[in-house]
Design a protein around this ligand. Sequence first.
Ligand code: GLU
Length: 368
Amino acid sequence: MHLKNSKIIVIKIGSSLLVNHNKKIRKKWLSSFAKDIQKLKFRNKKVIIVSSGAIALGCKKMNYNKTNLKLDKSQAIASVGQIELMNLFSQTFSKFKLNISQILLTLEDTEERRRSINAKRTFENLFKLDYIPIVNENDTIATSEIKYGDNDRLASRVAQITNADTLILLSDVDGLFTKNPKIYKNAKLIKKVKDLNKDIKNINIKGTTEFGSGGMNTKIEAAKICNLAGCNMVIANGLHLNPISLIEKKHNCTWFLSKVTKLHARKKWIISSVSPKGELIIDDGAKKALINRKSLLAAGIKKVSGKFNKGDHIKILDNKRKEFARGLSSFSSEEINKIMGHHSNEIQKILGYVSKSEVVHKDDMVEV
Ligand code: GLU
C-alpha cells in the first residue's frame, strides 16, 4: 500500500545481504533484488540504493578479517572494496538493463546546507537521465569523528534530502520485535509504529542491538529522521529472495508511518541533522517566546554546552533539559558564552563588532 503511493524510494542494503558468513557473494539474491528494482522502475518509481559492503568486499579480496581492523587500514581496504562493490552491482544490474551511478558521501555533505543541496541536484539529474544512484559513505575519507559509521542514518538523511516517500532498510531480521527474538520465544514482531515516542517506549532497543547490521539503535534513529522529514520507513528481512516484492505482499516487516509534515525543505533539513554540535539551555520566558514563533535572543539563554561555530546545528533545551527545538546558531559557542543573559543591544559592545541580534533566528529554528 505504502510503496504503491511512493514516487521516490530509498533502499538500504547491509553488507550481510551481499556477502554471507563464508565470505561468498550472494549473487542469486542480488539478481532477485535487481529484478525487484526493475519492476519498481517499470512502475516509474525513482529508486536510490544505499549499499554497504565496501569494507566487507575489500576484506574478501585482500584476505583480511573485518573484525579488529584499525581505522586507517579499513579506509584503505574500503577504497579497494568500493570498486568490487560497484562492479558487482554493474554486472548484475546490467543484466536487467538498469543503469547505475556511484555517489560517495561524507557526513559534511549532508550536514552542510549548500553541500546537501548540491547532492540533491545530482540525485535529481540522475533520475532525469534514468540512472540509479548507488550511495555509500566515503569510507576512505571519513574519520571516526566525522563519520556516519552506519548506513541506516546515512540512508535516512539521503531520504530526507531527496524528499523520498519511503525508506526501506533491508536487514537480517524481520523488523522490530517487542523483545529480542533470539532470546525470547514470545517476542512479537511489531508490524506498525504510528507514534515513535509512544509505541516503542517500553522496548529495550539496546537489548536488541545484536541483530541487524547497524543494530536496532541506528534503525530507530533513522526512523526518527524519516518521521520528521515526512517519509515512511520500513525494516524488512533482506535475506529472502525478492525482498521488495515480499514487502508489497505484506510479508513480515515493521512499518514506521510518518505524519504528514508541512515543514519547508530547509526546516526538514535542520530538524533531521544527525550531528548537532552543541546545546543551549533557555529560560521559561524564552521558551514562551519560541512557542509564539519568535527568535531566540541572548537574554533568554542560561547555559551553552559544546563547541560550535556560527551556522552550526544546535539543540535548544528547556529549563528541564528537555529538547525543545533545533536550529542553526548565528553565533559561535564562544560568543554565546560572552553574550548570554544580556540584552540584544549590548551585544555589539560586548563582542566589539556588529553582528546579528538573534542567537537563533526563527527562520533557522524548528520545534521538535
Ligand atoms: N560504509 C560501510 C561499508 O561500505 C558500511 C557501514 C554499515 O555497515 O552500515 O562497508
